[in-house]
Design a protein around this ligand. Structure first.
Ligand code: ADP
Ligand code: MG
Length: 401
């Protein structure tokens, strides 16, 4: 069928034609936004889940809702080794400039601008012209202690929002990559903000390891945030994600074909989009049949193998690849660390450094102590395709972290 009309949108953060199965999350977000705006207390939210379940898409959607509610917002994505302090400064600067132009030169905005400038200076971060009259006592956000200064800075922005009866919502994606000290400082700021009941809310997202990392950063993280797990879609929602966009193009898919598609994608949103797009390309006409889906499956897998899976595989060392290949040998997972180590013919302690690097790289996570799972759905199948034989490299025993 004509590619021009292909309704599906595979790709990181791409808005799906049908945002299926997330109503509860969106309704909750809408209430949180309304409550913060009305000066009531509530909790910031953190979405955790595997790659491709739709966390970024959710954050984008909530960002849009916040904009509609006239929030001051910014959205950042943490790269693997970025400094959070550096990342949030342009966002806060943008917010203060906007507030200043919309709300008039209010006292607290000037104080917040002062805090922002001091903060940037204390952490040697370049910042563009602020163009706001800065005002306020010295000693706000300039101690050089990240925890203290980020608290000062976020509180001053929150107070500026209160003064002008507005509210601030910040969106941070890939939070699992933020270093522990910075995560702790961010949480300390949000903690203070929540104590002061300021209209400032965070929506964050990250891989499943984020829940544990948050607790390690600040023990009160669990009470400060609402952690919402985002997973594969339930069958009825997965069907909706495929059928509704097709129906809008006057195309139907027969039951047998739909069944294969659901089995192959396991209801993972990214895979639904990828399969949907390939099925569209393969089918000559409506209704889409079993053969269309079978051909599309081969094409979708080859697209994933040269893209989505491949980019992750290429970032691994040979021994890390072996570790994942050993996991794949055991199946889908989760797997016990001991079982993986013995597949590699090693003691658990001998492979622990590689396991820990793989967690930092965002390839695997541990839900429970000693359990290990892939962060990318279907990665076990890919590992068996890309490394058909399981022949682990010898690990030099001198090797230590
Ligand atoms: N609820 C949903 N229904 C259908 N497709 C979705 C849904 N959420 C996300 N997608 C699709 O899944 C893909 C991955 O979404 P993304 O937000 O990048 O996932 P994540 O951030 O969790 O890795 C995108 O192609 C997007 O269009
Ligand atoms: Mg994402």
């Amino acid at each position: 069928m004509k590619e021009l009309n292909n309704p599906f949108s595979p790709g990181a953060g791409k808005k799906p034609p049908e945002l299926a199965g997330r109503n509860a999350n969106l309704e909750r977000a809408s209430i949180i936004l309304q409550r913060f705006k009305a000066g009531r207390s509530d909790r910031s939210s953190i979405f955790t889940g595997l790659r491709g379940v739709g966390k970024t898409v959710l954050l984008n959607k909530i960002n849009q809702m916040a904009d509609e509610q006239k929030y001051y917002t910014f959205f950042i994505e943490s790269p693997e080794d970025a400094s959070l302090a550096k990342l949030i400064i342009p966002g806060l600067r943008k917010i203060l400039l906007l507030m200043d132009s919309k709300e008039g030169a209010k006292e607290k905005i000037k104080i917040a601008a002062n805090a922002l400038r001091s903060f940037a200076a204390a952490f040697k971060i370049k910042i563009g012209e602020i163009n706001i009259e800065v005002k306020g006592p010295a000693g706000i956000a300039d101690s050089g202690n990240l925890d203290q200064d980020l608290v000062d800075l976020l509180v001053s922005v929150g107070e500026a929002a209160t003064e002008s009866n507005s509210a601030v919502a910040i969106f941070i994606d890939e939070l699992q990559y933020v270093e522990k000290e910075e995560l702790a400082a961010l949480f300390a700021g949000l903690h203070r903000i929540s104590q002061l009941q300021l209209p400032f809310v965070l929506f964050g997202a990250g891989l499943p390891q984020l829940a544990g990392l948050s607790g390690e950063a600040k023990s009160y993280a669990e009470r400060l945030f609402e952690f919402q797990e985002i997973g594969a879609l339930e069958t009825k929602d997965a069907i909706k994600a495929i059928q509704d966009p097709l129906a809008r193009e006057n195309v139907i898919i027969n039951t047998g074909a739909l069944k294969i598609l659901l089995r192959e994608t396991e209801g993972y949103p990214y895979f639904l989009q990828e399969w949907g797009a390939h099925v569209w390309r393969t089918a000559k006409k409506s209704p889409i049949n079993e053969d269309d889906v079978k051909t599309a499956t081969r094409n979708a897998i080859s697209t994933l193998d040269t893209g989505f899976f491949r980019v992750r595989f290429d970032r691994l060392t040979p021994i890390e690849k072996d570790y994942l290949r050993a996991m794949a040998e055991l199946g889908k997972g989760p797997h016990r660390s001991g079982d993986i180590a013995s597949k590699l013919g090693r003691a658990v302690e001998g492979v622990a450094p590689f396991r820990s690097n793989l967690i930092t790289k965002g390839m695997i996570f541990s839900q429970q102590h000693g359990d290990t799972s892939f962060t990318v759905p279907k990665f076990d199948e890919y590992m068996r395709r890309v490394m058909p034989k399981f022949l682990p490299h010898p690990i030099r025993s001198r090797r230590r972290m």
